[in-house]
Write a protein that binds this ligand. Structure first.
Ligand SMILES: C[S@@+](CC[C@H](N)C(=O)[O-])C[C@H]1O[C@@H](n2cnc3c(N)ncnc32)[C@H](O)[C@@H]1O
Length: 360
């Protein structure tokens, strides 16, 4: 039977998608095979990293639905790699097959297996997990099927449970305490990363970030995974707790009840320096702007929200450029990918508040 749907173009790639697709938000399972237009930016970032930073040989798009991600990477970032594009749903794997054929890809093949079976007998240099909701149930299989030095790419759409909205769920899934706060997407992402680090350490594997970010309604992590007790211990050493006091705005790192979470950098500086944004992406300008911020963003946890401080001091938010300029004359300051009105600085809170008052 022929497949239903329509051909769309994302980046420079043609993709057959099913008749009902999600246009925005986390995406609902409308038909049997899933496609969400809003994830084009997420896929653009994968294409950009494959063009400039990632050099794996055997790759697995483990939960591929129509195959959009793996198909786009193979078509738009040609290289010496081979992609297995897999989904456990037999109908999805027929869309993948059709999309491999449509784009004449010689370095991609469609599979139809539960990823846990596939990863029990095959090894990959890069594994991409893109589930509905939490990726945690799939992490052990991915760690098992990873080469000695591999890359794990993970999308997580259960941001609410990680960011303090459902603390009980966060404890059960991530074995960590969360709390709602003005920088909750950063604390949520760090809890997610911390849980993966702990799971990897159980298998004597260390995890370091290449690029971890929040966008739209999801967290996305590109992580380097290396084998060895030493690297596992080094990753664990970057975990800790933190606290936030809403009455003073104080973020205390290394103590408190929020966590455990990753307190190290969210970017690999070498990888970010190498990263280039190619032409022809679907969300060209947006991708360019994000890479610009990721490259400059300070590695200081946790960012401040302009509105949070203004409300605390009972002042109107100041002109953003003026505030960043004044902070920059006293210490280091940067924008943050987590919020267009947020900023990071290495200045102590007292100096942040003093500077804030001086420009209001
Ligand atoms: C959010 S969709 C993936 C979207 C896709 N990566 C994209 O960019 O359009 C999640 C997919 O995971 C598949 N899936 C769920 N559990 C799986 C498993 N255990 N093994 C393989 N695929 C699985 C589902 O059938 C579904 O197609």
């Amino acid at each position: 039977m022929s497949l239903e749907g329509s051909i769309i173009r994302e980046g420079s790639t043609e993709i057959l998608v099913p008749p009902s697709i999600s246009e925005r938000g986390p995406g609902k399972r409308q038909g049997r095979v899933f496609f969400n237009r809003q994830m084009a930016f997420n896929r653009d970032v994968s294409v950009a990293l494959f063009q400039s930073v990632l050099r794996p040989r055997r790759c697995l798009d483990a939960m591929a639905a129509t195959g959009a991600r793996g198909i786009r990477i193979c078509h738009e970032a040609p290289g010496q790699f081979h992609f297995i594009i897999n989904d456990k749903d037999p109908l999805a794997s027929r869309y993948i097959e059709e999309n491999v054929r449509r784009n004449s890809l010689e370095n991609a093949e469609s599979r139809n297996e539960d990823l846990r079976c596939l990863l029990a007998h095959e090894i990959f240099d890069l594994i991409d997990l893109d589930p509905f909701g939490t990726p945690i149930p799939f992490i052990p299989a991915a760690l098992q099927g990873m080469s000695r030095k591999g890359v794990l790419a993970v999308t997580a759409t259960d941001t609410a449970s990680l960011s303090g909205t459902h603390p009980g769920k966060c404890r059960r899934r991530y074995m960590a305490n969360s709390q709602r706060n003005p920088f909750m997407h950063e604390s949520g992402l760090r809890i997610m990363m911390g849980t993966i680090v702990r799971m990897a350490a159980q298998e004597d594997k260390g995890v370091t970030p290449l690029l971890c970010y929040y966008s739209d309604h999801y967290f996305r992590l590109f992580l380097r995974v290396r084998e060895g007790a030493g690297v596992a211990d080094a990753s664990l050493a970057q975990l800790g707790m933190m606290s936030y006091d809403p009455s003073t705005g104080r973020r205390a790192v290394g103590e408190g009840r929020m966590g455990p979470m990753w307190l190290g950098p969210l970017m690999g500086r070498g990888a970010m320096a190498e990263a280039r944004v190619p032409e022809g992406l679907e969300c060209q300008e947006r991708t360019r702007q994000h890479f610009e911020i990721w490259k400059e963003e300070l590695d200081v946890p946790f960012y401040y929200e302009t509105n949070e401080i203004a409300a605390m001091l009972k002042l109107s938010p100041p002109n953003r450029e003026e505030l960043l300029g004044a902070l920059g004359s006293r210490g280091h300051v940067s924008r943050t990918n987590f919020s267009p009105t947020g900023f990071r600085t290495d200045l102590p809170l007292e100096e942040v508040l003093e500077t804030f008052r001086s420009v209001c």
